[in-house]
Design a protein around this ligand. Structure first.
Ligand code: FES
Length: 57
């Protein structure tokens, strides 16, 4: 599922960035994938995916 339409980023890509690249917060995710850097509509969803992925570890 697409989370960030502006950058074409899926939930899978975000989970992978958290697990494999050590991304731990929205700021890092923004720098890494660009998520949330345009319209910002994806920010809440992206944040909860980061949180849930970290909890799952
Ligand atoms: Fe992510 Fe617009 S949907 S910045």
């Amino acid at each position: 599922m697409y989370v960030c339409l502006c950058h074409g980023i899926t939930d899978k890509a975000i989970k992978q960035a958290v697990r494999e690249e050590g991304i731990g917060n929205l700021r890092q995710l923004k720098q890494h994938l660009g998520v949330g850097s345009q319209c910002g509509r994806c920010i809440q969803m992206a944040q909860s995916i980061i949180d849930n992925t970290i909890i799952d570890e």
